[in-house]
Ligand binder design. Structure first.
Ligand code: AMP
Ligand code: MG
Length: 323
């Protein structure tokens, strides 16, 4: 592998490298993934090494056709069918009982495998050009902020992989929502790019995992995650507090006297209060905090509805000091 990581848009080159067991960073609508042949244990082991990710944290498999599911799982729970029909391709990951061909390393030794069909057109084309699924966690060092464009990936993984497939900025900007089924009862293990409300339209009985960070089968739920290097704190909208921080991140616009707005560095995730836009900007702005060298940043969470839930979830984890 060369010392410099190249950025390009050649599906041929990406598929050639992947077929040879190498890693390639790929664009998805959620965040950039660090991809390897998901049926090749050695290639998947490399993902863990490059990310410095603990082996207990399982990988998501990405497929290019719904039919590809059949070889990877033992059965498709009936309640998944309407969700697959509605949300695939898209940011919804479903957990299945795995078939024998899925290597243990992908599932951290467990019996289940997490699978989704991404919607980014370049990655869909890539997936359709190969005959194996891609294991692809976010293309960032473990616990750091997820990348939402090729430059973010290169900043963190330069020299560690040879190629980044350039698909521009990620449209959603938040990781996928993860759902599992136990005897027909659906549980959301991780909130993400598909909102709880949208899922409920298709399954009103779906429930949110109560304390996801304690759930060992969803370690993406580790309490301290998605974190920049500076000190972050969740705060209340009490303007007196603002003086203690270098900057304030706010999901939606604040109702503040004009002089307050001028006096403080306020990083707004969406000026118009649009939660999709806030999601798109979230990881870029968390990254900017480190680039600007702020050392102490306050966070004002947004509304706990729609994509706001996943945004608040990521901000809360980024601010958590527990590991
Ligand atoms: P990421 O690192 O953002 O790609 O997220 C991968 C996450 O998917 C893991 O950290 C887990 O939370 C989740 N995941 C992967 N496989 C499984 C599985 N078999 N069961 C439950 N969650 C899983
Ligand atoms: Mg990740």
């Amino acid at each position: 592998m060369s010392n410099q990581t190249r950025i390009g848009d050649s599906i041929l080159e990406a598929s050639h490298l992947l077929k040879n067991g190498e890693l390639v960073a790929i664009p998805t609508e959620t965040v950039y993934g660090l991809a390897a042949n998901g049926l090749n244990s050695e290639a998947c082991t490399e993902i863990f090494k490059v990310k410095n990710r603990p082996f207990f944290d399982p990988l998501i498999l990405h497929i290019g056709n719904k039919d590809d599911l059949n070889a990877l799982v033992n059965e498709i729970p009936e309640h998944y069918i309407p969700l697959i029909n509605k949300f695939w391709p898209g940011p919804l990951t479903l957990v299945f009982n795995k078939s024998e061909i899925v290597p243990d390393i992908v599932c951290s030794g467990g019996n289940t495998v997490a699978i989704r069909m991404p919607s980014h057109p370049l990655t869909l084309k890539l997936l359709k050009s190969i005959d194996f699924p891609l294991a692809a966690p976010s293309a960032n060092p473990f616990k750091y902020v997820s990348p939402t464009n090729p430059v973010h990936v290169k900043d963190q993984l330069n020299g560690k992989i040879s190629y980044i497939l350039d698909g521009g900025d990620c449209e959603v900007g938040l990781e996928s929502t993860i759902v599992k089924s136990d005897d027909g009862i659906l549980t959301i293990l991780r909130v993400g790019g598909i909102s709880v409300e949208s899922l409920m339209e298709f399954n009103p009985n779906i429930r949110l995992s109560i304390k996801p960070q304690d759930n060992p089968i969803a370690p993406g739920q580790l309490e301290h995650h998605y974190s920049p290097h500076c000190k972050l704190e969740i705060i209340n909208n009490t303007a007196e507090l603002f003086d203690s921080y270098d900057a304030i991140i706010s999901v939606i616009p604040l109702k503040l006297p004009i002089d307050m707005n001028l006096r403080h560095k306020i990083i707004l995730l969406s000026k118009s209060g649009d939660l999709s836009e806030a999601a798109q900007n979230l990881f870029k702005e968390l990254r900017n905090i480190d680039i600007h060298g702020y050392s102490n940043v306050g966070i004002l969470l947004g509304p706990e509805e729609g994509l706001g839930r996943a945004i608040n979830d990521r901000l809360t984890r980024a601010a958590s000091s527990k590991v």
